[in-house]
Write a protein that binds this ligand. Structure first.
Ligand code: B12
Ligand code: SF4
Ligand code: SF4
Length: 361
């Protein structure tokens, strides 16, 4: 029996595919299993202790998770803007990577919900995954015809490059496979040489220990050299995406919405920050980690009265804030003045004391 064509099926059910959504079908079982590669990254400690898909690679990396599933629809949402703007930052401004300038997962989730409702109404079982620790979202992308895995490890498509988020919908219905295409990066290596920290020195392999995007989401103490490499980035890093030629089909750079006023962030309460950026991955949902990012970014891109705010923050109730403020003042070469605003003998936190003494040397 001839398999159904998904596009015709959706058309028949009057489901519109928005312009910035692309879909492809892969029939199951796929015999695809990325568990070992995820496990390998973990055993070589390239995962920098992250949990996500690394918690249970045997499951997250398995393509054939469900006996009942006959196809998987791979859905990609292109979040690149249609207008362009200026990439330059003024002192005191921090950068937010484009994927996080707003909750770009919403349109992807909305479309997947539409498909789910359709299949549910037809009595067809489905299971969706978007950014879940249970599922490696890139799993079927390069065999689905949508594109290929670049040397940056990003999934790329012609005309879109890396600017896309990926979701998967397993369905209990056989649909025709999408046409396979073979693409590659060829001899390009621009992402590798654009990465400010050498996290992509080995092609197709990311060392998360060196990745800025990782550190800005990590609860661990950020190493000193990494703090400087972070520059004015407040959340996420886009260097390996911006440099990628297949994604440069429009002359866009960082939009206004990708800028934050770092001092404003530092003056907000931590709870307000968590609410304001509820789509960010924030360790322990503790807004102090976003303030930490803002402090580092402000020390790397200070404006006029950055220092006076830092002096105030030396008396913050938060251990994290005091810890990074001490470094920020050191970074601005004003460590010798710290004694006028802060008494290390009254410091309750051993961690903060240690940082102070380390920077004293
Ligand atoms: C953990 C994680 C991170 C970590 C680690 C990223 C990584 N590359 O592993 C950190 C925090 C650093 C991160 C950063 C970012 N992330 Co992230 N992240 C994830 C998450 C949760 C799991 C990824 C994972 O399992 N990695 C494990 C390793 C083993 O996977 P891998 O690098 O893809 O490994 C492959 C290659 O090494 C390849 N390989 C190995 N050897 C060879 C050899 C050859 C020849 C070839 C061809 C391939 C190859 O095989 C491996 C398996 O396919 C997924 C969501 C999900 N649930 O899947 C999102 C996800 C990967 N992230 C995403 C995004 C958008 C980002 C950022 C762009 C955000 C930003 N602007 O800051 C950056 C990009 C950094 C980068 N260059 O990858 C998107 C990527 C979409 C896309 N187009 O690919 C995803 C898919 C979320 C989503 N649902 O859309 N992320
Ligand atoms: S996200 Fe930034 S630090 Fe991480 S690999 Fe890409 S360019 Fe390097
Ligand atoms: S910058 Fe070049 S090498 Fe890197 S992912 Fe893009 S096309 Fe591939």
């Amino acid at each position: 029996m001839k398999e159904k064509n998904l596009l015709n099926y959706l058309n028949f059910h009057k489901i519109n595919i928005p312009e910035n959504i692309k879909i492809a079908v892969i029939s199951l079982p796929s015999l695809i299993d990325k568990s070992q590669l995820i496990q390998k990254a973990k055993s070589e400690n390239r995962h920098a202790n992250m949990k996500f898909t690394f918690s249970n690679p045997e499951y997250s990396g398995l393509g054939d998770k469900f006996e009942w599933a006959k196809s998987c629809i791979v859905i990609s949402y292109n979040y690149s803007p249609s207008s362009s703007n200026n990439h330059s930052f003024r002192p005191g401004e921090g950068a937010v990577a484009l994927f996080a300038s707003e909750n770009h997962y919403i349109p992807l989730e909305k479309f997947i919900r539409k498909l789910t409702d359709l299949f549910n109404n037809e009595g067809i079982k489905v299971k969706q995954f978007i950014d879940s620790p249970q599922h490696y979202d890139r799993i079927f992308f390069n065999t689905s015809g949508l594109g290929w895995q670049g040397k940056s490890t990003m999934m790329l498509s012609p005309g879109i490059g890396p600017w896309q988020l990926i979701g998967n919908l397993y369905i209990e219905e056989k649909f025709e496979d999408t046409e396979k295409k073979s693409f590659s990066c060829g001899s390009c290596n621009l992402c590798q040489i654009s990465c400010p920290t050498g996290a992509l020195d080995e092609e197709y392999i990311l060392d998360s220990n060196k990745c800025i995007s990782y550190w800005l989401q990590s609860p661990d103490i950020i190493p000193h050299d990494m703090r400087s490499s972070i520059g004015n980035r407040f959340y996420g890093c886009d260097e390996c995406l911006i440099s990628c030629p297949p994604g440069q089909t429009r002359s866009f750079n960082i939009l206004k919405t990708n800028k934050v006023e770092l001092q404003k962030i530092l003056k907000m309460s931590s709870d307000t920050l968590v609410q304001r950026y509820d789509w960010f991955y924030i360790p322990k949902r503790n807004g102090d980690f976003l303030k930490r990012n803002a402090l580092i970014a402000l020390a790397n891109n200070p404006d006029e009265n950055a220092l006076s705010l830092m002096y105030e923050l030396l008396n913050s109730d938060s251990e994290i804030i005091r810890f990074y403020t001490i470094w920020a003042i050191w970074k601005l070469s004003k460590f010798h003045e710290i004694k006028n605003y802060y008494d290390v003998d009254h410091e309750k936190s051993e961690l903060v004391k240690k940082e102070y003494l380390r920077l004293m040397k």
